[in-house]
Every structure is written in C-alpha cells, then in structure tokens.
Design a protein around this ligand. Sequence first.
Ligand SMILES: *[C@@H]1O[C@H](CO)[C@@H](O)[C@H](O)[C@H]1NC(C)=O
Ligand SMILES: *[C@@H]1O[C@H](CO)[C@@H](O)[C@H](O)[C@H]1NC(C)=O
Ligand SMILES: [Cu+2]
Length: 323
Amino acid sequence: MKLFSLLSFATLTTAHTIFAQLESAGTTYPVSYGIRTPTYDGPISDVSTDYVACNGGPNPTTPSSNIINVKAGDTVVATWRHTLTSTAANDAIYVIDPSHKGPTLAYLKKVTNSTSDTGVGSGWFKIQQAGLNVATQDWAITDLIATGGLHSITIPSCIENGQYLLRAEVIALHGASSTNGAQLYMECAQINVTGGSGTATPSTVAFPGAYKATDPGLLINIYQTLTTYTIPGPTPFACGAQQSSPTETQVVAVPAPTTLVTSAKAAASSSASVGTGTATLYAQCGGSGWTGATTCASGSCKVQSVYYNQSPSVPPELSLDAA
Ligand SMILES: *[C@@H]1O[C@H](CO)[C@@H](O)[C@H](O)[C@H]1NC(C)=O
Ligand SMILES: *[C@@H]1O[C@H](CO)[C@@H](O)[C@H](O)[C@H]1NC(C)=O
Ligand SMILES: [Cu+2]
C-alpha cells in the first residue's frame, strides 16, 4: 500500500524525463546501454554546478562500459522517457508531462576515453537546437512528445573520428519565471564516431559555464504570447561555417530560431535588392515588413514566423519533425 502510494505520487506529480536509449544506424540499443542514466528522473536546476554537464548530484547516474558506434553525418535518435521503465503501454505520460514546455538541444565533446571522461569543463559544441515556433507558440518539447520522445540529432560529417560524449538535453520552462526555476534534463551517451572527414575544429564552451541562471532562455515567463525565444548556449556548429568569422558563421550556420534573426539582418544589410532577385540559401525571403527577395535559390520560401521566412526551409536533418 505504501509502495503503491509512492508510485502514484511519482507518476502524478513528478513527470520528469530521462534520455534513456540511443538509436544509431538502424539499431536501437537497450535502455541505459552506453548512456549514463540516473534511476531518478529529476532535473538539474542550478546551471553553475558540475552536474549540468552529464547529470548526477541529486540524480546519481550509473556508469556504463559500452560505447556506441556512430557514423559521422548520420542522424542518431535519442529516446526520452518519463522513467527508465516507462513505455507507451504502461505510462500515459511516458515521454514527459505536457506541462513541460521548452527547447531541445544536443552537444558533443571530443574525449580520449568516453567511458571515463566526466564531461565537466570545456570542449562542448552544440550540434542541434529547437525552441519555440513563434507563429504557432509551439515548443520543441511539445513536438518531442508528439513523436513519442524521439529526438533526432545529426552528427556533423566533418568532425574528427574518435570518442565523444553526446549530451542530449531538454529544458522545461513551466517554472522558469523565477531564478533556477528552469528544469534542465540531460544525459551523456558514450559514442565512437567513425567515417568522418576529420578536419573541423568547432569552437567550444564549458559545462558549467555555457549557461547562466539569468539567460533569457532560462529565466522567462512562458505564460504569455512570446514574439521571440532565445535558446540557451552558443550557436550550433555547422560544417562549412567559418568559425573565425562571426558574420560568415551566422549567415551559413544553422537555421535555428536564435540565429535566424541575425542571419536576416546580415542578409538584409549585404543585399541591395529590394523586392526582386533571389534569396540565397538560408537567407530571409519574406515576413512582415520584408521588402527583399522572395524567390529562393533552392526550394521554396518557408514561413518561420510572422516576421521571418527563410530560404528554403529548415534542412530535414535538423528538424525534429524528420524523426
Ligand atoms: C577507459 O576508462 C575505463 C574506465 O575508467 C577503463 O576501464 C579503460 O581501461 C579505459 N580505456 C582506455 C583505452 O584507456
Ligand atoms: C571506433 O571505431 C573504429 C572504427 O571502426 C574502431 O577501429 C575503434 O576500435 C572504435 N573504438 C572504440 C573505442 O570502440
Ligand atoms: Cu518535471
């Protein structure tokens, strides 16, 4: 009876989430295989602690000796589960409680030994992010729930081969209007990247360090119509981007909400065409007040928000909907 009450309490009131298993190259590995999973599904709320790297602390994690092979350029899928034993059949909220709204993110860190590196400190680069669709006010976590907890992450094709930690993350903002109210969920998978072209040197950030409690993407009241949402952390790394040149990087870099506005400004200021011509890849091609090119060099103009349409659209490998 006592156990039953505890379980009921956990199910009804603490519907958190865990990155429980990984799919690579068509193989879905078992729960906790190659991933340092906790048994408790709680969040990290203090972004200044070491636990923001690969979890731990209030949610002790279990080491894994397994390493999952991943081909550079492939899209892997992180599965998010309410608990390590949740399934669609046994748990009505088997991904995460729908009250939990916010972004999805993913980072990599090159390490010499993925089973022993703690992940704490520098070396992290972001490879995926999805935030708020301003036009529909739809959050990435809501999309994640719709896919059954499948978080698609493309491993850049141009990175060095070798061992990495893959840090998949979701941030729930339902309590984020007070400091340290955002709930960060992350686990680290131990992967071995093969088949990469091996020359890219992404610029990196540290965990802890990459986030501050006062970041506009962490300290925010989401119970209002938002005209923008700034995903925490750096601009995602993209192969071919000029890491040394901020402007170039933002123009070619990843089509995510935080970079789009910058890209739009860059495109607008570097283009003299008004209402004519062709929008280059990832450049602005429409939106409220837009007077520039509306024809796209490739594909068709895609509405990102009322204020910003992009040429052509988010590449499928970076879109959660592609899962
Ligand atoms: C990697 O770390 C694990 C755990 O500490 C250890 O057992 C293993 O020998 C290390 N591998 C190498 C190649 O050093
Ligand atoms: C990583 O993959 C390469 C290529 O298949 C292999 O030679 C190497 O042993 C793998 N390393 C680990 C730690 O699994
Ligand atoms: Cu929660």
